[in-house]
Design a protein around this ligand. Structure first.
Ligand code: FMN
Length: 181
């Protein structure tokens, strides 16, 4: 058994405090590449993965995410926890339907979270990509980035060097798995 991979999968945790120092290009590339090797329905590779490092756009994404917290907008907070890189996983029209597109995006996101930990980065899956890119400002960002095709925000990741102790996981719940022989 390849213990190293299993250890990464077990020990990765959500990181919610980041150093301001930007990550290295090769670290970002490793994470993005891992995303592109995730399983996707029929191998269609439907998501578009966008890494945002421009501080102005990172700030806008934090603001839009905070403003779009459903039922509980929290303007002024940093939903991406000060991470210097934000990865967006967008669903494109390559997806046969919305459900498959969402599953593909989640698959890609999970690969990138694990890859981030494997290369020594901290990461956290962040909700509300959908709401961000349904907003007029979100759509304007896509336009500015040259993304003209119709896309749907599905997942996003805060990425950077961790500035906190590695959390210990909650115990796994009773009955989480079942083996039928
Ligand atoms: C669909 C999904 C949405 C999430 N959204 C957020 C979020 O908006 N903010 C956040 O801090 N963590 C978010 N998380 C991270 C989870 O809270 C975290 O994975 C969970 O508490 C388990 O902790 P672990 O990742 O350390 O195992 C999200 C995770 C998933 C899978």
């Amino acid at each position: 058994m390849k213990q190293e991979a299993l250890e990464v999968l077990k020990n990765r945790r959500a990181i919610r405090k980041f150093k301001s120092e930007q990550i290295k290009d090769e670290e970002l590339q490793a994470v993005l590449e891992a995303g592109t090797y995730a399983p996707t329905g029929m191998g269609m590779q439907t998501p578009l993965i966008v890494a945002v490092q421009n501080p102005e756009d990172v700030a806008t994404l934090n603001r839009l995410s905070a403003e779009n917290m459903v039922n509980n907008p929290r303007p002024g907070t940093l939903p991406y926890y000060g991470a210097p890189t934000i990865i967006l996983v967008l669903s494109t029209s390559l997806a046969k339907n919305e459900f498959l597109g969402t599953l593909d995006a989640a698959s890609v996101t999970t690969n990138m979270l694990n890859a981030a930990y494997a290369v020594g980065l901290g990461s956290c899956w962040i909700h509300r990509a959908k709401e961000i890119f349904e907003s007029e400002e979100g759509k304007a960002l896509l336009k500015k980035w040259g993304i003209e095709e119709p896309v749907r925000g599905v997942c996003s990741i805060a990425l950077g060097y961790s500035d906190m102790e590695q959390p210990t996981p909650k115990p796994r719940r009773e009955g989480y798995t079942k083996i039928i022989k």
